[in-house]
Design a protein around this ligand. Structure first.
Ligand code: DGY
Length: 422
């Protein structure tokens, strides 16, 4: 058997082993529920195994959608004790328990790819017709709830919402959040070494925020006004923006009323202009910015580079970002380290402070493709293949040694490998 065939078989087997009957856990133990952006990325892998199952992954995620349109970051389909903070801590009080924040909205863009690549077009068209109203409601929720003042920039309320939980870009704003003072027991450290996970001081604040949403009764007006952590997150804004572009295209193909389409076009235009407020001349990059203090953080991360995926950069900005990416790729051997190695806070093995994630390499490759930066796109793909060949399907990888880190047998890593290069 060639190693490529073996890798394909392993990836497919991994998805089947992580299948809980309609939804896929990212990995057993560490993450035993369905996560929002994991589910979307994982569906791309299922497309190579079983298209019906791929659509089911999205349907199961949408079962957790709130009446206001939010698609939560975790859907707790079944009770499992290996994770903290579980459904009881979030206190969503819903029949199907969920968390009370969202995650990077890559969902619509993934669904569009699924539709384009589907072999069974009838199935794909039917599924899309069914789920389009939910996808529309999800994007409306982002703009209405997270940008009620119509600035053109949505805000995020939690580092977990960014998907890039422990990124140093959030350090200063998170430090301003009070810590909880009660005792609790983390479970992530039962599965993964502590030097690959966030510190206790960060967890104390993550939990304060979770309690704050509960105390606010999840009232979007109260949360917007009073949340002690509010971030203009370049990663979320970029992923939302690309998703809205894809949503407009789906709405046009599926005959959605023009009024709705125009509404999204207006939001899209607004963000296209507003994002320029986050461009920093000195650093030649878009920067994450605290929406409470207006302070922007000169910490270059894969989140800030996702501006290429969001297609925000004008020609001059794109050229600067390309030069930065070249340097970034030269510093470490396996694609884009989650934090630029020249930043002080960079750590090659700790969660979102340096390691490489395969799906981020893929999103960035899509961004470089958009600008015609073929060399960088090829390099991202090549390094991602090397990682899988050398280390297998880990959650993330040490950016200097390529060693697997975090959870093993990880769904989105296998899924992106199947979708992108296997
Ligand atoms: C965790 O528990 O670390 C998750 O990433 C939160 O989404």
């Amino acid at each position: 058997m060639t190693s490529r065939i073996k890798l394909i078989e392993e990836a497919k087997k991994l998805l089947q082993e992580n299948d809980m009957g309609g939804y896929t856990v990212p990995t057993h133990g560490l993450y035993p529920f369905q996560w929002n952006w994991d589910a979307a990325i994982t569906a791309l892998g299922w497309m190579k195994v079983d298209e019906i199952r791929a659509w089911q992954e999205i349907e199961m995620l949408l079962k957790g959608q709130w009446e206001n349109g939010m698609v939560p970051h975790i859907v707790f389909h079944k009770q499992v004790d290996s994770y903290f903070p579980g459904a009881d801590v979030w206190g969503s009080n819903r029949e199907l328990a969920t968390t009370t924040i969202s995650q990077p909205p890559v969902l619509v863009s993934v669904v569009k790819i699924m539709l384009e690549q589907a072999k069974d077009k009838t199935l794909a068209n039917n599924k899309l017709k069914e789920m389009l109203p939910s996808l529309i409601a999800y994007h409306q929720w982002w703009y209405n709830d997270r940008d009620p003042e119509n600035t053109g920039l949505v805000v995020s309320y939690h580092p977990w919402e960014s998907g890039m939980d422990n990124s140093p870009a959030w350090d200063k704003s998170l430090a301003a959040v009070p810590p909880v003072t009660y005792q609790y027991k983390r479970k992530d450290l039962e599965h993964v070494d502590s030097d690959e996970r966030p510190h206790a001081s960060e967890y104390d604040r993550y939990l304060f925020l979770v309690d704050f949403y509960k105390k606010s009764n999840f009232d979007s007006k109260v949360m917007y006004k009073e949340c002690p952590y509010k971030m203009y997150d370049v990663g979320i804004i970029s992923i939302l923006h690309k998703g809205t572009k894809d949503l407009i295209s789906l709405c046009n193909s599926f005959g959605v009323e023009q009024q709705k389409i125009h509404w999204f076009e207006k939001e899209y235009q607004k963000t296209t202009f507003a994002i320029q407020r986050l461009w920093n001349e000195e650093h030649q990059s878009f920067l994450n910015t605290d929406a409470i203090t207006n302070e922007s953080f000169p910490v270059l991360t894969t989140g800030t580079m996702l501006a290429l995926y969001g297609e925000f950069a004008n020609r001059e900005q794109a050229i600067s970002l390309r030069a930065l990416m070249k340097d970034w790729l030269a510093d470490t051997g396996y694609g884009m380290s989650s934090t630029y190695a020249k930043c002080e806070a960079y750590e090659p093995q700790r969660y979102w402070r340096g390691p490489v994630w395969l799906h981020i390499n893929w999103l960035l490759a899509l961004g470089t493709d958009h600008y015609g930066f073929d060399d960088e796109s090829q390099q991202l793909k090549f390094s991602s293949e090397v990682l899988i060949n050398e280390s297998g399907y880990f959650e993330y990888f040490n950016s200097e040694t390529g060693a697997g880190c975090g959870g093993g047998q990880f769904s989105w890593t296998a899924a992106i490998a199947l979708h992108w290069f296997l």
